[in-house]
Ligand binder design. Structure first.
Ligand code: FEO
Length: 165
C-alpha cells in the first residue's frame, strides 16, 4: 500500500502534468491562429506528451493501491506577445516542474519508498531533456531576432522537432 504522503505528492504531480498539458494547448492554439503552424504542431505534440506524463502517474498511483485524483483546471493563457514569450513561459514552467519532481524524489527517500523513487527517475531524466530543449529553442530565437526569413525557417523546423528530442 502506498504511503499517504507519497500518494498526495504524486496527486499534486498529476495536477501539475495536467496543467502543463493545458498550458501547451493554449500556446498551440495561439501559434496556430498566428500563422505559426510548425510551432503549433510542436506544441500540440508537447501537450499530448504532458497528458501521457499525467496518465503514467495516474496508473502508477492506482496500481500501487492508492487513488489518483483527476484535477479541475483553469483556462490557460490564450494571448502571447510572440514566440519569445511563449518559450520563456514554457521554460519557466518546466523549471517549476523539475523542482516539483525533485521534491517528490526527496520525499521518496525520506519515506524509504524505493519503488516510487525508481519510478520517478524517468521523470528526472525527462526534465533534463525538456529544459535543455527549451533553452536551445530560446537560443535560436535570440539569434534570429526579428529576421522574418529566420522566423519562417524556425517555424518550419519546429514542425519536425520532437518535444522529447
Ligand atoms: Fe511533464 Fe514537461 O513536464
Amino acid at each position: 500500500m502506498i504511503d499517504t504522503q507519497i500518494e498526495q505528492a504524486l496527486n499534486d504531480q498529476i495536477a501539475m502534468e495536467a496543467r502543463s498539458s493545458h498550458f501547451y494547448l493554449g500556446m498551440a492554439t495561439w501559434a496556430e491562429t498566428s500563422g505559426l503552424n510548425g510551432t503549433a504542431a510542436f506544441l500540440y505534440r508537447h501537450s499530448h506528451e504532458e497528458r501521457e506524463h499525467m496518465l503514467k502517474l495516474i496508473r502508477f498511483v492506482n496500481e500501487r493501491g492508492g487513488t489518483a485524483h483527476i484535477p479541475s483546471l483553469d483556462a490557460p493563457a490564450a494571448e502571447f506577445s510572440g514566440l519569445h514569450a511563449v518559450f520563456t513561459t514554457l521554460l519557466e514552467h518546466e523549471t517549476n516542474v523539475t523542482a516539483s519532481i525533485n521534491e517528490v524524489v526527496d520525499l521518496c527517500l525520506s519515506r524509504k519508498d524505493y519503488t516510487t523513487h525508481n519510478f520517478m527517475q524517468w521523470y528526472v531524466s525527462e526534465q533534463i531533456e525538456e529544459e535543455a530543449l527549451a533553452r536551445t529553442i530560446l537560443d535560436k530565437l535570440a539569434m534570429i531576432g526579428s529576421d522574418s526569413a529566420g522566423l519562417y525557417l524556425f517555424d518550419r523546423d519546429l514542425e519536425q522537432l520532437e518535444p522529447e528530442a
